[in-house]
Design a protein around this ligand. Structure first.
Ligand code: GCO
Ligand code: CA
Length: 264
């Protein structure tokens, strides 16, 4: 396949954390279709990682899988060294791995709050630091942090997630600030509401929240994970070399509007 030179990722190595499923997998496939070699990680099951790698390969992409936990610094450092030796220098890092707990704050134990912050915010710092060190040395790199509607908006029951994703927006800006002079661009993608396993508990018929999301989204529907591929390729490619510290919201218009009454 031939690629527009601004968007060509041929020969680039892209590490997409948590890309064994969901939006991470969709974005990784987008990078693969632009020519990148995909590296995925998972932290729990080797079988899940192997299955994902097989799926990428079946789709015609070069893919590699590594088992490590983004919240464990020793595992991350060892994995980054291994990936750079076995696959090649990491050109693109997509910090996609994350968790959510939907619990009203008055009922949320501090330990659970902490767990969400540890994965969704501290985990990004832990994962990025050793990768960025090498990118800075090489004077080249692309980092994409996966933010959320909750980087901007609150919602009942997602206090810890909103705190982490709001923090991630500012971590993105600060990484951009410190590394732009080394030709490392750091941006975020803020997905709106997408049909994935993460939102499966919301997308059940009869759940008023399902109807609410559809009516609150100007596009009038749940996003298809593939809708994130364009932003992922743009922010990974030469096309975005003077773009840094931005969050690109791919949300069907949610953040543009206050919304409208249901049934209108
Ligand atoms: C929620 C959460 C997530 C969303 C997403 C929105 O409302 O329960 O925010 O489920 O998937 O992060 O951008
Ligand atoms: Ca190609």
């Amino acid at each position: 396949m031939s690629h527009h030179p601004l968007f060509d990722l041929t020969g680039k190595v892209a590490l997409v954390t948590g890309a064994t499923h969901g939006i991470g997998m969709a974005m990784a496939k987008g990078l693969g279709s632009a020519g990148a070699t995909i590296v995925v990680n998972g932290h729990s099951s080797q079988e899940k990682i192997d299955k994902a790698v097989a799926e990428y390969e079946a789709d015609g992409y070069k893919a590699f899988g590594y088992k490590f936990d983004v919240t464990k610094e020793d595992q991350v450092i060892a994995a980054v060294d291994k990936i750079e030796k076995e696959v090649g220098p990491i050109d693109i890092l997509v910090n996609n791995a994350g968790i959510i707990k939907r619990v009203p704050m008055l009922e949320m134990p501090v330990e659970e709050f902490q767990q969400v912050i540890d994965t969704d915010l501290v985990g990004v710092f832990t994962m990025t630091r050793p990768v960025a060190k090498k990118m800075v040395e090489r004077k080249q790199g692309k980092i994409i942090n996966i933010c959320s509607m909750m980087s901007e908006l609150g919602r009942d029951s997602v206090g810890a997630y909103a705190a982490a994703k709001g923090g991630l927006k500012m971590l993105t800006r600060n990484m951009a600030t410190e590394w732009a002079r080394h030709n490392v661009q750091v941006n975020g993608i803020g997905p709106g509401y997408f049909a994935t396993s993460q939102t499966a508990p919301i997308r059940v018929e009869g759940n008023p929240l399902n109807e609410f999301i559809i009516s609150r989204t100007p596009a009038g529907k749940w996003g298809d994970p593939d809708d994130l591929q364009g932003a992922a390729v743009f922010l990974s490619s030469k096309a975005s070399d003077f773009v840094t510290g931005q969050i690109v919201y791919v949300d069907g218009g949610i953040l543009a509007t206050i919304g409208k009454p249901a049934n209108e």
